[in-house]
Structures are given as structure tokens and as C-alpha cells.
Design a protein around this ligand. Structure first.
Ligand code: ZN
Length: 465
């Protein structure tokens, strides 16, 4: 069957984020099915539907490399910004709520996060799902796949877990624990069912034990074995204040521990990495590993600012993440780009040179694609997926700032809803509307689930402060 053609006509600027940093002015883009055929001036294609983009800046779709969708229903409730609250204290409070979560909460909170992401230009989302309770059973990733298909977002699901009980030093309630065997068996099931590495694939699975301090060593060792066997990638949290516990427990810091268990390589990326030494950053770079920089939680939690310039020099693959809504109340990657940019400006005097807003946009696009092991997304080039978003330059707040489409997002702070989002050649958000779903109905259903499962029945919800 012939694939549908779409001609984006006369875009004011197409910021490709390709290797040569091409910016096409007053140009067209021809799309066939899910992929870009051509970018250039005056493209003619008689059987293509035409989309006028004469007032638009066009960018590659953003790639989010760290999140916890299920936390979206505790937004605006308890974040790590509370003064004088230690992270462990905060975890104790928040886990009392998390253990009540059922698979309806997973489904609706995922829809909520995905909608927020899409409205702000994200086309590929990774989620680190480790909320497996007695109520959710093994359903969370399946429910998220359902939600992603409805919204039309490209989705990489991190199958997380926690295996170490509280009695042996973790922060996990018993109701949220699994055994390593359960985890590996269910991850294998998910890989068999969903993991597709074909070009333009809409879904993949990542093996993602939650964090070294809350798992047995075996969980990480078995994860590495499964990754070797299946080709799925590896992800976990690193450098978020756990080094002291790891030193006490194992006599070594987390990076050395990960190296020892083999959880470190080109197929691996880590969230945060706030509390690493320069030597540890060098080790990550030498092994070809990546870091998902989540700027908002770094600020809310008062963590150190990542030395991005040095990380680039060490060869670490950098990408951008929102992080879960318990540590960042929004799922807005444009906001994360802006925040990351401001943080690097603040850092630049001390660390010798800053990072431009455009470089951070590239981390959120090509950097994210590389992190997820994908060569078919991340930049706008012939042969790649038609994943993009558009900004309307005809608005008053854009007037006088259009000189530089590459840097405008981070520098001006364009963090509102985009004009259009397209994934695999299909428009999923346009004119303020999610194209594939009835947003108001889903929002009302989601709010009712939050009320029923969390607000009305969970004492912890009301005894937080
Ligand atoms: Zn996280």
C-alpha cells in the first residue's frame, strides 16, 4: 500500500540538529509515511497533503531519558523541596503513598505525563517504572504501553524493581518488593512482547533496576546477563547521595560497584550522577556510558550542578530528563532545557566555560536518541523518522527574538505548549488539542481515580506535614 505523503511548506526555519548543525531557512520538508524524504527549497510533490509552516520554527522531537510517570498523581503534594527534610525522610513519607497505587493509577498518571510531554514537544519518552505493588501486580508496563499507543507517543519502558527488604537496609516498604527471579522473568516476558528494534519502532524495553542501594547485587548481575542475551539496554539511578551507604555496605563507591558487576558500558545510562568525582565521570566516559541530566530535581533538592562541559570532554553521552513528578512537578522538557541552560550559566564561571542553549537542545534531541541506542530519531534528516515539533513565531512574545532559532528555547525560555507535535509522520498535537484522545474525558477519569485510590483512602496523603 502506498504511504501517505505530507509536505511541510515554507517553514521559517528548520533546525535540523544534524552533525553539521544545518538550519534551513524558508524551506520545505517532504515526509512519506513515518520518514523524512527530503528537506530543501521549493519541493514539489503533487500527491502530498500540504501543511503551511510559514510562521513556524521546526525542531526535532525531544527525547526524555528519565521519568517516573506513576508519580504524576503526587504532584503539588510533597516534593523534595521541603526545607530541612532529608531525602530518606522524604522517601519514608512518599512510599506510604506509592504502596497504595494500583494499575488504574499507573494508566491514568502515565496518560497525564505523556500528554504533558507531547504538548511540550517531546516525541520519545523513556519511563523508569519501578512501582510494582500488591495492587498493580505485574501490570504497570502493559498499562503504560496501552496509554502510549492511545496518545501516539514513542515509548521506551524501563522495567524497574527493588529487591532488598527494609530489614536489610533498603528504604522500600515490603509491599513494593520483588525477588530477582520475579523481576527477570517478567522483564523477559515484556521484552518478548514489546521490545522492537526495527527502524521507527514505537516501543522498546529497558532493563532498569531502581537503584543499587535498594537491590541485591544479584539483581544487577542478572540484569547484565539479560541485557547481553536480549540486546535490551540498561538504566539505573546513580550519584544521588547513596555513596556513603554503598561504602558502608560494600566498602566501595557506587561507580566501582557498578563496574564490578558489569553494569557499565555503551548500552548503559544513569540518572542524575550529582555526587560523582571527576575521576568517576572519566570512567563513565571511557566506558561509553550516558547520563540523563534532570535539572529541576537538582535544584529542588539542592544537589550540585552537573559539570556538563567536563562531561563532554570526558566523552559522556549527555541527555535531558524531567525525572519523576515527585521530584519535579511537571513533565515539560522545554522547561528542563531552560533550567539546564541557566544552571550551566551559573556553573560556567567556576568550571571554565559554559554550554550554549543550543548545545542543551542537542542533548535533548540527538543526545537522547544516542542514549536510547537509536539512529533513526533525534535529528531532522532524510531517512530519519518524522518526529518534530513546531513553534509559532507569529505571537507577540516571540517578536524581536527571532534572530537565532537554535538558541531561542533555552535563552528566551519558551516553555509553553508548542504549536504542533508530530511522531512517525502523524500529528498527535495541534491547535491546542491532543489529536488521538478525548482529553477532558480522560482528565476527569484520571482525577476520579486519584480521588478514589489515593486522596480518599490513603491516610499518608493527609498526614504529610
Ligand atoms: Zn528518578
Amino acid at each position: 500500500m502506498e504511504k501517505k505523503k505530507l509536505l511541510i511548506k515554507n517553514a521559517k526555519a528548520i533546525v535540523s540538529c544534524d552533525e553539521k548543525n544545518h538550519v534551513y531557512l524558508n524551506s520545505d520538508m517532504l515526509i512519506e509515511g513515518e520518514k523524512i524524504l527530503e528537506i530543501g527549497h521549493n519541493i514539489v510533490c503533487e500527491d502530498a497533503e500540504v501543511l503551511d509552516a510559514s510562521d513556524k520554527f521546526v525542531y526535532p522531537g525531544l527525547v526524555n531519558t528519565h521519568h517516573h510517570f506513576f508519580q504524576t498523581f503526587v504532584r503539588n503534594l510533597i516534593t523534595i523541596d521541603y526545607p530541612n527534610m532529608h531525602v530518606v525522610e522524604w522517601l519514608d513519607k512518599i512510599y506510604q503513598i506509592f504502596q497504595k497505587i494500583d494499575s488504574d493509577v499507573i494508566y491514568y498518571s502515565s496518560l497525564t505525563a505523556m500528554a504533558d510531554l507531547v504538548k511540550h514537544g517531546c516525541t520519545t519518552a523513556f519511563d523508569h517504572q519501578y512501582c510494582f505493588t500488591v495492587h498493580t501486580k505485574k501490570e504497570p508496563v502493559d498499562r503504560q504501553m496501552e496509554a502510549a499507543a492511545q496518545i501516539g507517543i514513542r515509548y521506551h519502558a524501563g522495567r524497574g524493581t527493588n529487591t532488598l527488604p527494609r530489614s536489610e537496609g533498603s528504604t522500600m516498604p515490603d509491599d513494593m518488593l520483588e525477588t530477582t527471579e520475579e523481576f527477570i522473568a517478567d522483564t523477559r516476558r515484556l521484552i518478548d512482547k514489546y521490545h522492537c528494534t526495527d527502524p521507527f519502532s514505537m516501543r522498546q524495553i529497558v532493563i532498569a533496576p531502581c537503584q543499587p542501594v535498594n537491590c541485591y547485587k544479584d539483581t544487577f548481575i542478572e540484569s547484565v546477563k539479560l541485557a547481553k542475551e536480549t540486546g535490551a539496554r540498561l538504566h539505573t539511578h546513580l550519584g544521588e547521595g547513596e555513596n556513603e551507604i554503598m561504602m558502608n555496605r560494600w566498602g566501595i563507591r557506587t561507580v566501582d560497584w557498578l563496574k564490578e558487576v558489569g553494569f557499565l558500558g555503551e548500552n548503559t545510562w544513569f540518572a542524575h550522577c550529582w555526587e560523582l568525582t571527576d575521576e568517576e565521570y572519566r570512567i563513565l566516559g571511557a566506558h561509553g556510558a550516558g547520563i540523563s541530566h534532570c535539572p529541576s530535581p537538582a535544584i529542588l533538592g539542592g544537589f550540585p550542578i552537573l559539570p556538563m562541559k567536563s562531561l563532554n570532554d570526558y566523552g559522556v553521552t549527555l541527555s535531558i530528563g524531567c525525572d519523576g513528578s515527585a521530584t519535579n512537578d511537571g513533565s515539560n522538557l522545554l522547561d528542563s532545557i531552560r533550567t539546564a541552560y541557566l544552571m550551566q550559566c551559573y556553573n560556567s564561571k567556576a568550571r571554565g566555560g559554559g554550554i550554549s542553549a543550543y548545545e542543551i537542545l542537542k542533548q535533548a534531541t540527538v543526545g537522547g536518541a544516542k542514549t536510547l541506542g537509536r539512529s533513526d530519531i533525534g535529528s531532522l534528516e532524510p531517512g530519519k523518522a518524522a518526529d518534530l515539533f513546531m513553534l509559532d513565531t507569529g505571537t507577540l512574545e516571540m517578536a524581536g527574538a527571532l534572530h537565532d532559532p537554535c538558541n531561542i528555547i533555552g535563552r528566551v525560555g519558551l516553555t509553553g505548549n508548542v504549536d504542533l507535535t508530530m511522531i512517525n509522520g502523524k500529528i498527535v498535537y495541534q491547535n491546542g488539542k491532543l489529536v488521538n484522545v478525548d482529553e477532558r474525558r480522560l482528565a476527569a477519569e484520571g482525577e476520579a481515580v486519584c480521588e478514589r485510590v489515593l486522596r480518599n483512602t490513603c491516610d499518608a496523603f493527609h498526614n504529610l506535614f
